[in-house]
Design a protein around this ligand. Structure first.
Ligand SMILES: [Zn+2]
Length: 415
């Protein structure tokens, strides 16, 4: 509970800082923690040493420019050596390794300490507070999920005032009844879940709704506002970094950064993250693959600090089912997590045909194809055809990869 309370207080206190110099000075306090993480990190001892750098050279935000960028494949490869897992730090005991497919397709391993897994609940408390929402004691949170597979569970949320998390799957029978029975104060979902929600005959009455995909369109925001008055926080997070920013409710399209926890630079147009919050895993200039500019300023909503503008995150991809329904291809991302792939790309080539290209050492792709066919059936293709083939080298690493594509659409548009 202590790191959560401290983090909440720091997020709130940062909003009181008035000018850029003071805001920078406050963020630079966080560099001390980062320096000690870098000193302890076997990967950074080696990497910085080879460049003739020392963590001591990092005393201001401007100094960061001399430090190397960390890309996603390296984060995945060095997951064991980036943190110091041999230290006496008690966080080593409850750290877990997750497989992240995130928004970029090819899964990598990412280490998360115990608090990291729960940090989102602190950030939720921050958003509730700045939006003037008071959650009742023991609030109920529904995770509204549209993924094939229909996983449902209930768990407790000690960091959210002894709240309860209830995962409701729209793929199980009668999801609306379970959602209404849960009577949640908070709903977490994604655009697919929110589309489903706006189409329902009855509506729950949450105090706050959260969505994390960067595809949240003004049209969907409007449709949701018509059925539900709760504010919708569209946040920007990656599985490697945790939550980074949220979209302003007064000036949509602007993403306010979660200071003082992170520092985000725009390097040649790409958003690069340095984590200033205490964590077992140091994140120094991590390349997100997302594009945007970062500017300091004061917003009419009350935010002071840096804001991402011109944000373009993961590339949207809609697939079309034979009945004409459009579905978000990213619903399939989870499926690729469980296979040892270096990279993959799935393309819809015709109404019921898909091409799957994978970079892998595995000799047999049948298991993966079968799983994919089963998932496509659940999503609305009665008889999907998947042609899988191996690809020798990974797809472009430079910009955000494009693991889902729809060539069928472009062919239709050409006609
Ligand atoms: Zn704002």
């Amino acid at each position: 509970l202590k790191p959560s309370q401290e983090s909440l207080e720091q997020l709130l206190a940062f909003r009181e800082i008035v000018d850029e110099a003071k805001a920078r000075a406050r963020l630079e306090q966080g560099l001390a923690e980062l320096r000690s993480q870098l000193f302890a990190s076997p990967y950074y001892r080696k990497t910085l040493g080879a460049l003739g750098l020392s963590p001591r050279d990092l005393s201001s935000l401007d100094d960061l420019r001399a430090f190397p960028l960390l890309d996603r494949p390296t984060l995945g490869k060095e997951w064991r050596d980036l943190p110091n897992l041999d230290s006496a730090d008690p966080r080593c005991r409850d750290a877990v390794v997750i497989r992240s497919s995130g928004s970029t397709g090819a899964p990598i391993r990412v280490l998360r300490d115990g608090y990291e897994l729960l940090h989102m609940w602190t950030v939720l408390r921050f958003w509730a507070q700045i939006l003037g929402i008071s959650l009742p004691p023991s609030p109920k949170v529904v995770l509204l999920c549209t993924l094939p597979g229909g996983l449902e569970y209930t768990s407790s949320l000690p960091l959210l005032d002894d709240g309860t998390l209830i995962r409701v799957s729209t793929k199980k029978p009668d999801p609306l009844r379970r959602l209404l029975d849960a009577a949640p104060q908070v709903i977490f979902s994604d655009p697919a879940g929110l589309h489903w929600l706006t189409a329902q005959s009855q509506q729950p009455s949450p105090l706050l709704t959260l969505t994390s995909a960067q595809l949240f369109s003004p049209a969907l925001r409007q449709a949701l506002a018509e059925v539900n008055r709760a504010p919708v926080v569209n946040y920007y997070a990656t599985s490697e970094t945790g939550p980074l920013a949220w979209e302003c409710l007064e000036a949509p399209g602007r993403f306010h950064l979660l200071h003082p926890e992170v520092w985000v630079e725009s390097v040649d147009g790409e958003l690069v993250v340095t984590r200033l919050r205490s964590s077992l895993l140091p994140l120094l200039r991590y390349r997100t693959g997302d594009a945007g500019a970062v500017k300091f300023g004061r917003c009419s909503c009350g935010h002071r600090g840096w804001t991402i503008t011109g944000f373009t995150g993961r590339r949207a991809c809609e697939l079309q089912t034979p009945s004409g329904e459009l579905v978000d291809a990213w619903q399939l991302a989870f499926l690729f997590k469980h296979h040892p792939l270096e990279d993959f790309r799935l393309t819809q080539t015709d109404l019921s045909s898909f091409e799957l290209e994978v970079v892998t050492d595995a000799s047999d792709l049948r298991d993966l194809s079968d799983t994919l066919v089963a998932a496509l059936k659940v999503m609305g293709w009665p008889d999907p055809k998947v042609q899988a083939r191996k690809q020798r080298s990974p797809f472009s690493r430079e910009l955000k990869p494009e693991p889902f594509r729809n060539r069928f659409f472009s062919a239709q548009r050409a006609l």
